[in-house]
Design a protein around this ligand. Structure first.
Ligand code: EPZ
Length: 423
């Protein structure tokens, strides 16, 4: 198993280019199941464990894939196995993204129920509701979702999501594009990941109106085609890199980004005292002498994203005062807090709100990653902690950050990746 050994106290400064987005890659990779004629060529796909897991799943279904220098080629011509097994789905809950496209193209799918995850239950009831609205019959037995489409073809319908769900919106879109007739989706997620999925599906030949809004309208088409596509940047990786500079009193330019997608996060960095300058495809952050305590409430886009909540808590341990960080998307996404407190932070949790007292002097020690963004927050804290911090179980980090220690070391950090054994 790998750990990151971080020598703290060094300023993060310089410029870096963001990788392609993980959370955009996953639905567009699933969408390749919709067209069996030709080979998809997807550029700027990050080299991450989650991507490898997903391509493994597509291979298991019968797709052919090659991955070279961030370009993923996929042909789903020979897909015939319609079962997504527990062994693969348990590694990554986003595997549920195969449900919509498989029902749309094949009229049948058996997908293992995804596990929960470190920060509480992650239900999929909205995914299943959407499929049923489009005519699927779903039974759950022996840990599997068994979905079939009477007559073999989904029919357009109206889907009204009671809460905003990125994954369920993605699945509904990928099912509707081949359904017979029109589908409308109300209270759709409007995250950039969904905007990019809509653009991808439209480029494949789908008819979708309302991209970027919470009201989507899809006219089903008979067939879709394989395309070449350039993935967008990872807005959460970019935000994490900005936080690395801010927590160490450094300054950074992140290139290859679309600042427009990060307005809520950039606004909070400004409130915290940072200077932010943007161009069409870059963001430059300069740190203040002293960080200003800044409250944050994580909500669906375009609000501050829940995937930046843990990183923001780490940053606020260095602010001159008390900050309140509330997560309205995942009420229990706070496993990073006990580990941050072991580094010397003073953070209390009240329901779905963290109260962070700053500034706190952090001292390096061994800390345990529990999930992807929690591990990112521990790396950020290690950058500023005195002495050496060892972040264990970095397989969590490797799911969502491409070569993070290489990137941070190129900006002045001192991070070594080492093997270790757990008792
Ligand atoms: C996506 O997960 C992201 N993952 C998550 O990022 C992100 O935190 C989340 O969206 C919210 O932005 C990917 O894109 C692969 P949701 P998803 O459905 O789609 C509830 C990361 O760190 N809900 O938008 O699973 C759910 O419990 C990951 O990269 C239901 O109740 O999230 C949550 O409270 C972590 N029933 C809320 O909706 C459902 O059927 C939003 O979840 C589905 C969701």
């Amino acid at each position: 198993m790998d750990k990151l050994v971080i020598r703290g106290g060094r300023r993060i400064s310089g410029s870096i280019t963001a990788s392609g987005s993980k959370n955009t890659s996953l639905p567009i990779i699933a969408a390749t199941l919709l067209a069996g004629n030709g080979t998809f060529i997807l550029h700027q796909i990050p080299d991450l464990k989650d991507i490898m897991t997903f391509t493994q799943l597509l291979n298991h279904l019968g797709a052919e894939t090659t991955f070279e220098s961030n370009t993923l080629k996929i042909s789903s011509r020979n897909v015939e196995n319609l079962q997504a097994p527990y062994e693969l789905v348990k590694k990554m809950r986003a595997s549920i993204y195969v449900l919509g496209p498989m029902l749309a193209r094949f009229g049948h799918a058996r997908v293992s129920l995804p596990g929960g995850c470190a920060f509480g239950p992650r239900p999929i009831d909205l995914h299943l509701m959407a499929m049923e609205k489009l005519g699927a019959t779903i039974t759950i037995e022996t840990g599997f979702i068994d979905a079939t489409v009477p007559g073999g073809k989904l029919k357009g319908g109206h889907i009204d999501f009671p809460i905003s769900s990125v994954g369920a919106t993605g699945n509904a879109l990928m099912a509707a594009v081949l359904a017979k007739g029109k589908t409308t989706i109300s209270n759709a997620a409007a995250e950039p990941e969904i905007v990019t999925l809509c653009k991808f599906l439209i480029a494949m030949g789908a008819t979708i109106r309302g991209t970027g809004t919470t009201e989507l309208e899809i006219e089903g088409t008979k067939t879709l085609k394989a395309i070449e596509f350039h993935n967008v940047f990872d807005r959460i990786e970019a935000g994490t890199l900005l936080a690395a500079a801010a927590i160490t009193g450094g300054d950074i330019t992140v290139n290859g980004v679309e600042p427009e997608q990060m307005k809520a996060v950039l606004k909070k960095f400004v409130h915290a005292g940072c200077t932010i300058e943007t161009t069409e495809n870059s963001i430059t952050l300069k740190s203040p002498e002293k960080l200003i305590p800044t409250d944050v409430t994580a909500k669906p886009y375009p609000s501050f994203p829940t995937d930046m909540q843990a990183q923001w808590i780490a940053l606020m341990t260095q602010a001159e005062g008390t900050s309140h960080i509330t997560d309205k998307v995942y009420h229990e996404r706070f496993n990073h807090i006990p580990e941050l407190n072991r580094l010397g932070a003073h953070i209390e949790i009240h329901k779905n709100q963290a109260i962070v007292d700053g500034p706190q002097h952090l001292s390096g020690t061994k800390v345990m990653s529990t999930d992807l963004r929690a591990s990112a927050s521990l790396v950020l804290a290690g950058l500023v902690a005195e002495g050496t911090t060892e972040v264990l179980r970095v397989y969590h980090l490797d799911r969502g950050y491409e070569k993070i220690e290489t990137k941070l070391n190129s900006l002045g950090a001192d991070i070594r990746r080492e093997k270790y054994n757990e008792f």
